[in-house]
Structure formats: structure tokens, C-alpha cells
Design a protein around this ligand. Structure first.
Ligand SMILES: Cc1ncc(COP(=O)(O)O)c(C=O)c1O
Length: 306
């Protein structure tokens, strides 16, 4: 659906495709748990041998439908909702960085994210170097180390409204064999789709323009599916080597292009949490429709062609 329709249509239609006899409108699955007939069925879900819902701490059908809508709008292969934008930013980095690792980040980002990266993540042993996004490529490249695992920036920075040169950042990241993660909160996919400019992962605080009604704090992580984790398997052992928690399953082998998102869901959300209830997912749907209006209004204000 993502490639065939305009964003306006995706805002309304993507993410929920009811089958015969199912509700036309996305239902709110306000349930902690999901029912199965046998413990063997549950065991297969727990061992990731089958897909399905069993506990909202990991996944919830309403949230997944909203995430699928956001993935379609961004042009990604997989997405997930998080309890806030801060949560999205935390998991986007923590999913591929562990104690002893390092990442590089634009210095013009939202203050809460700056503090999360420079203070809180340092306490977890993850180091960050901030670079001015307008610095020359060589200067930014010089900050990369052998243990650098990601490059991070904001499409349009909060609050300074600096526009990120995504192509430049993607080039630098890829020259160093790491993904570019872009916080696309401000423009929303209605105004900018960072994957089209080379970004690998997109994060959102859906609390802002994507919510549009100021009713629910939330976030999202979207994967373009373009970064080849296995090509740099030594850098990303969490995704590319067997995981003891799941009897030696390797995420890139088991989930292919969905490996990054599935690792957040089945490893980090399983153990730490970061999701929200189905009702908040529903509020997001209303917001995404409003975000289409925000996009059109912004383009009108800027004098862009319709
Ligand atoms: C660009 C950006 N990213 C992330 C966040 C954090 O999002 P939340 O408030 O949903 O945790 C904000 C909040 O203002 C933001 O502006």
C-alpha cells in the first residue's frame, strides 16, 4: 500500500485491513492478555516459532495497526509504538549499543534527548560525541571510533529549527558501517520522509504533531529495512549472533528485514517495557489524520505547490 497511494490516503486507509466480517474501524484491544487453547500454542509464541499476541507489554493489535500506518507513511518495512518520544529515542540507541559502545549525534536536538544521551546513557556505559550538523564531513567523520554504532540527528531540530542535511549524515554513517537514525517529529512523514534521503531508522515523538490533539504521550520507531546488519555483524552482536534468551535464535536470520524492530519488541520490551495501552494507540489514529491537515497547512504557509 505504501508505494501505491498518496500520504493523504495512507493516513486514512493504511495499517488496518479488515477481513470479511471484521469491524471497518480499527477496534481498541484494551486487553493485557490474549487467549489460546493450549499451553503448547503459548509455548510456540514464547519461543518465537509463531507470530501472535500474548501480552500487551510486548505487542497489542491496536498499537500494531497504528504502527503499520506510520510505517506506510514513512515508507518503512516495520514500525512499533513506544510509550513516549523519549522512549523511542532510548530504545532506538539501546537496541544496538551496549556498555562500552559509542555513538555520534547532532548537537542541535531536543534538550530532553540531549540529556538522555549525554547524562543518562553515559550511566549505562554508552558514550556520545556531539557534532554540529553543519560541520564539514571530515570533521564529523573524525569523531567516529572503532566502537561507534550509530549516527543520530533531528530532521528539523527542536527548538532551533535547523534542517538536517540527511544525505550528508547518511553518507557519513554508511562510510563507517553504522545506521543513521533520524528523529522526524517536527516535519512528520507528511512533509519529509527521511528514508528517501538515506536514513535507516526513523523515530518520532507522536506526542506532538502526529497526535495533533494533545491527548496522549507516545512515540514510534520505524525501520527502512535498508541497513545490512549482517554486513557489520561484529558491530551488532545483539542482532547478528545467537540470543540465549530464545534458545540461540539469531534475529537477522529469524526476522530478516524486521530484525531491528523485533529485537526491541521481543528482547527489550519483554524485559523492560516501553509500550502503551490500546486506547492510546487509538488516539494516535485521530492524530495521524490531523497531521495530514498540519502538513497541508504548513505547505500552504510556506507557499509550496499543492
Ligand atoms: C524532536 C523531539 N524528540 C523527542 C521528544 C520527546 O518526546 P516525548 O515528549 O513524547 O517523550 C520531543 C519532545 O519535545 C521532541 O521535540
Amino acid at each position: 500500500m505504501a508505494k501505491q497511494f498518496k500520504p493523504e490516503t495512507l493516513c486514512v486507509q493504511a495499517g488496518w485491513t479488515p477481513k470479511k466480517g471484521e469491524p471497518r474501524v480499527l477496534p481498541v484491544y484494551q486487553s493485557t492478555t490474549f487467549k489460546y487453547d493450549t499451553s503448547e500454542q503459548m509455548a510456540r509464541l514464547f519461543d518465537l516459532e509463531e507470530n501472535g499476541y500474548f501480552y500487551t507489554r510486548l505487542q497489542n493489535p491496536t498499537n500494531d495497526a497504528v504502527a503499520a500506518k506510520i510505517a506506510a507513511l514513512e515508507g518503512g518495512v516495520a514500525a512499533m509504538l513506544t510509550s513516549s518520544g523519549q522512549s523511542a529515542n532510548f530504545y532506538a540507541i539501546f537496541n544496538i549499543c551496549q556498555a562500552g559502545d559509542h555513538f555520534v549525534c547532532s548537537s542541535t536536538i531536543y534538550g530532553g534527548t540531549f540529556n538522555l544521551f549525554s547524562v543518562t546513557m553515559k550511566k549505562l556505559g554508552i558514550d556520545v560525541t556531539f557534532v554540529h550538523p553543519d560541520a564539514p564531513e571530515e570533521e564529523i567523520s573524525a569523531t567516529f571510533r572503532p566502537n561507534t554504532k550509530a549516527l543520530f540527528g533531528e530532521t528539523v531540530s527542536n527548538p532551533t529549527l535547523e534542517v538536517l542535511d540527511i544525505e550528508k549524515f547518511a553518507r557519513i554513517a554508511h562510510n563507517h558501517g553504522v545506521p543513521l537514525i533520524v528523529d522526524n517529529t517536527f516535519p512528520t512523514p507528511i512533509n519529509c520522509r527521511p528514508f528517501e534521503w538515506g536514513a535507516d531508522i526513523v523515530v518520532h515523538s507522536t506526542t506532538k504533531y502526529m497526535d495533533g490533539h494533545a491527548t496522549s504521550v507516545g512515540g514510534a520507531i520505524v525501520d527502512s529495512g535498508n541497513f545490512d546488519w549482517d554486513a557489520y555483524a561484529d558491530k551488532f552482536p545483539g542482532l547478528c549472533t545467537p540470543d540465549e534468551s530464545y534458545h540461540g535464535l539469531t534475529y537477522t536470520k529469524a526476522f530478516g528485514k524486521m530484525a531491528y524492530i523485533d529485537h526491541v519488541i521481543h528482547h527489550l520490551f519483554l524485559e523492560i517495557q516501553g509500550n502503551h495501552c490500546g486506547m492510546n494507540g487509538l488516539h494516535r489514529i485521530r492524530g495521524i489524520l490531523a497531521c495530514q491537515c498540519w502538513g497541508n497547512e504548513l505547505r500552504r504557509l510556506l507557499g509550496c505547490p499543492p
